[in-house]
Design a protein around this ligand. Structure first.
Ligand SMILES: CC(C)(COP(=O)(O)OP(=O)(O)OC[C@H]1O[C@@H](n2cnc3c(N)ncnc32)[C@H](O)[C@@H]1OP(=O)(O)O)[C@@H](O)C(=O)NCCC(=O)NCCS
Length: 127
């Protein structure tokens, strides 16, 4: 397995193939390409094939978040998610504050992440 921090080769199509395998949905390729340009993308690749990804969105000084962490179902429980998280810890310029999907709390606790504030959300403004 090859792990790449700030993987400039990550493109929207392969990212959406990964996302769709984990969370099936109707994703927009053009929007995804723009989103990928704004994040630090850490990837796990097996012989070039994308099998895991973690993206960091950060202001570079004070605050950052993990937008999502994804591992292909067939590759889960093999330590890939933990490795991506530890690379995020080593390379983030800021604190990372993020939410866990229901059911994934145990993964973050096992990886030494402390529980933080209760999260709230605001939807995007209409444009
Ligand atoms: C959650 C996820 C990223 C974990 O990645 P992974 O590569 O499977 O995790 P690891 O193999 O590094 O797991 C390390 C340990 O965390 C725990 N763990 C892993 N996935 C877990 C889960 N979904 N729930 C609770 N604990 C979990 C296990 O104890 C595991 O150790 P074990 O296999 O020896 O029992 C991956 O399962 C995934 O992509 N899930 C779907 C998407 C998702 O929920 N992403 C997180 C968004 S917040």
């Amino acid at each position: 397995m090859e792990y790449i921090v700030d993987d400039k080769a990550l493109d929207a199509r392969e990212f959406l193939a990964l996302a769709g395998a984990v969370w099936p949905g109707d994703y927009n390729e053009e929007k995804t390409a723009r989103a990928l340009q704004r994040t630090i993308n850490i990837t796990a690749r097996e012989q070039g094939r994308l099998v895991g990804s973690l993206r960091i969105l950060t202001d570079g000084c004070y605050f950052g978040t993990i937008t999502e962490l994804l591992v292909l179902p067939a590759y889960q429980r093999q330590g890939i998610g933990s490795r991506l998280l530890s690379l995020a810890r080593e390379h983030t310029p800021t604190l990372l504050y993020f939410g866990a999907q229901p059911g994934a709390e145990g993964f973050y606790e096992k990886n030494g992440c402390a529980r933080g504030m209760q999260a709230f959300q605001i939807g995007a403004a209409e444009r």
